[in-house]
Design a protein. Structure first.
Length: 254
């Protein structure tokens, strides 16, 4: 009506990067893996284990995320690192806007196993714990699997994108910007935390492209997205429905 057309919440350059990123992941992992993977949600169906904010509970999450991302748990180890530490700067880290990284990828060790780590404070928040572990396992898949190099310019954003591609995008998109409750002495309040390398707008489009390629017009799982990401998803989904043919965005095969 009135000549109004759907608009994307991201720039054309960002859209092209996401589209090309999906094409790269198609070659690396196979498109069927994206089309057929379950969309992992913060529900008892996917995480039935009681979560008491201990390292034992974190290990249960780690094992489940490994299974969902098809990472052989016998070939990767999880460590918990202090919140304040002197870390080698060249290690790929899951970016956090406070002191120290949320997670680290140490790569393959002398025993041939990959090692990842999360900071101790992350254990308190299961949503962020899942997002951090998923990102670090993305490093295991892309870096340790020889599919990307450390010096690739978009290595970290691609590692965020692979979480969407493999069905963990709800967690990583919701963790991109997150209100965090804090209490210091007699002060109490909220602060904004940010994890990862992709902004909410890009996650919204990436999730819409994920759904579009799977033939999901109105997936129920979008109700688990935070308000901002859900809005960006819907804007992007409308744009994809109208522009897929013009932009050569592949629809799911029938």
């Amino acid at each position: 009506m009135f000549g109004l057309r759907p608009k994307l919440p991201i720039a054309e350059e960002e859209r092209q990067w996401v589209d090309e990123g999906f094409a790269r992941l198609n070659k690396i992992l196979g498109e069927d893996r994206m089309r057929k993977c379950p969309v992992i949600l913060p529900t008892d169906q996917f995480f039935p284990d009681p979560y008491d904010r201990t390292e034992g509970a974190l290990d249960a999450i780690f094992r489940r995320v490994c299974a969902y991302m098809q990472v052989d748990i016998s070939q990767v180890e999880l460590a918990v690192i202090p919140d304040i530490n002197d870390l080698i700067e060249i290690l790929p880290e899951y970016h956090h806007n406070s002191d120290g990284p949320a997670g680290l990828h140490f790569g393959k060790q002398h025993d041939g196993k990959s090692e990842i780590a999360v900071r101790k404070s992350i254990v308190k928040d299961p949503l962020v714990a899942v997002a951090t572990i998923a990102h670090e396992l993305g490093h295991v898949i892309l870096l340790d699997g020889g599919n990307l190099a450390h010096d690739d310019g978009d290595m970290e954003p691609m590692t965020d994108l692979v979480t969407v591609y493999l069905g963990l995008g709800v967690f990583n998109a919701n963790a991109a910007r997150r209100f965090v409750q804090y209490q210091e002495d007699r002060r109490f309040g909220w602060s904004m935390g940010q994890l990862g390398y992709l902004p909410e707008e890009v996650y919204g489009y990436a999730l819409a492209l994920f759904a579009h390629k799977r033939g999901e017009n109105q997936p129920e799982w979008i109700e688990h997205l935070c308000t901002n990401v859900r809005t960006f998803f819907r804007q992007s989904a409308k744009w994809l429905q109208e522009n897929a043919n013009n932009q050569k965005v592949d629809s799911p095969s029938k």
